[in-house]
Design a protein around this ligand. Sequence first.
Ligand SMILES: Nc1ncnc2c1ncn2[C@@H]1O[C@H](COP(=O)(O)OP(=O)(O)O)[C@@H](O)[C@H]1O
Ligand SMILES: [Mg+2]
Length: 423
Amino acid sequence: MQVLDKVRSPQLEKLHQGKVRDSFRLDDGTRLIVVTDRISAFDLKLETPIAGKGEVLNRLAAFWFDSTRDIVENHLVEVLTEQSSIVREAIPIRVEMVVRGYMAGSMTRAYAAGKREISGVKLPEGLRENEKLPEPIVTPTTKEESDREITPAGLVEEGLVDAALYAQMEKVARALFARGSEVLASKGLLLCDTKYEMGLVDGRLVLIDEIHTPDSSRIWDAKRHAASPKDAPPLDKEHVRTYMLGVREKTGKFPLALPDDVLDETRARYTDLFRRVTENEPSRALDPAARLVEALVAKGRMLPGFVAVVGDRDAAFVRRVRDAVERLGARAFVLSPEDTLAQANAGAYVGNLEPGAVLVGAGSEGLVDELLAKTDLPVLSASGSAAKSALSAVRALNARALKPGVAAAAHVSDDARSTKETP
Ligand SMILES: Nc1ncnc2c1ncn2[C@@H]1O[C@H](COP(=O)(O)OP(=O)(O)O)[C@@H](O)[C@H]1O
Ligand SMILES: [Mg+2]
């Protein structure tokens, strides 16, 4: 099973790269959201992805979008692959609606330090770790680089929402939390706390992003919690946070990578939760990137491969190559030598979803070595007729199975350096 931790294609326009999701423009007010296997905690993006995590998040969110549709409209149009969805584009409201039914996480840490008010909500004395609050509380934060605790009045004052909209958001958040708690209870699980993001579509309030996933929620096994609240093993990211806090205690800094045992344990907890909530098995697609390409091709949103043709777009030969490539079913981009190098330097030709190749036209042969070093693509020189050059390039797309990729590129660049150094 391969990880999908970065999503790049010269055929897709990236709108946003979040800590976990990458969003691309489709059209008619829709976007493609790919839920990668990246993991973040304490607003830090970690270097160690977790294979299969994106599927758990994407499909769990879809489960909950479907089972809360009667409470509020949501952005989901279609689950495209296990790790991606087509959604309606909303104007996001820069607020995270946090709802808490229990005392946990950052709230416990703050409470222990003497804090008795959070986002304007007063907390009674005597609350204990992981115990149920007298009633669920809504403690919004701003949605920024680093989320900031704020009162509802503060949100209105800062112009993030108006009072009527906030009232509606709070009502929706409470209803979603009640539904989530009820559905999870029927599966022996307990919704401790969660956050919702909302946006506007044509002026209507719409639930966006994700809902009741282990990234956005704390979820416990109800029996284990009943037996001993503070020992309830969290079926979510809390495990990762605990590890990170432990490291910070020892070294003064949060780690950016998780060791294998923490990764495995987190994967197991996410998968366990997915099974218990959806009563489905994860698909464990071998190559999620290839599945995504296949689905986008089927929808007519992408061609299965691309050829970057380096040359003058007005030259008759280059135009014939471009047309021949497209007749063979691949996407052709014509780029000047300068633009090709700029793209290659920016990393645009490493790690793309779909196979690609670079076809260097007459007069630019000097670029071949550099392009081999800076891309993970086959680089060919045009020779013979335009049709034959196009055919060679498109055949090279089919040779991707070997995927020597960046390792080979690094090797080439070493060679290039040593050649230069030898007088
Ligand atoms: N339907 C939508 N329309 C517009 N923006 C959305 C929609 N759904 C989610 N988003 C935004 O896309 C981003 C998802 O990426 P994510 O990795 O969760 O980002 P973050 O690092 O902000 O948590 C979030 O900023 C979220 O607010
Ligand atoms: Mg997010």
